[in-house]
Design a protein around this ligand. Structure first.
Ligand code: HEC
Length: 128
């Protein structure tokens, strides 16, 4: 293998990891409550499918994930900015929703504005 081939392979791995699949992220982190259908469970978990809020200003939607709200957990320590952008881009375009995607940069800026905990990749939280 030439150095060039090795570099190309390494780039592919890094690239693939940085762009996690929004649908898979949703299935893993959100579907237990909001359901794979995005319809939630009436009276317990709000529907994201067809929600005006979800399709509204992206910063408001991302703030719910970064700060948590009511019975909804705070994802700031467990999801990286890229993952939050990816999962919300999925939520805003799945099930007939039609709102623009979010970028990692937007989520990072919001994290700074809200002064919430930074995601620490590879570090175990000792808070629990
Ligand atoms: C443990 C259950 C649970 C999980 C897991 C969960 N949520 Fe929620 N979510 C809730 C509850 C309960 C609310 C309503 C919070 C409130 O307003 O009191 C909510 C609210 C929301 C809202 C605001 C909806 C609105 O119309 O106001 C969004 C957006 C949202 N969740 C997205 C997500 C995403 C994306 C994930 C995965 C990364 C996720 N949630 C994971 C329980 C959950």
């Amino acid at each position: 293998m030439t150095l060039r081939t090795i570099l190309a392979a390494a780039l592919l791995i890094v690239h693939g990891g940085a762009f996690a699949d929004g649908k898979a992220l949703f299935a893993k982190n959100c579907a237990a409550c909001h359901q794979a259908s995005g319809k939630g469970i009436p009276g317990a978990f709000p529907a994201l499918a067809g929600s005006k809020f979800v399709q509204g200003p992206s910063a408001d939607v991302a703030a719910v994930l970064l700060k948590g709200r009511g019975g909804m957990p705070d994802f700031s320590p467990t999801l990286a900015d890229a993952d939050i952008a990816e999962v919300l881009s999925y939520v805003r375009s799945a099930w007939g929703n039609q709102a623009p995607a979010l970028t990692e940069r937007e989520v990072s800026a919001l994290r700074d504005t809200l002064k919430v905990e930074q995601f620490a990749a590879g570090q175990m939280s000792n808070k629990h």
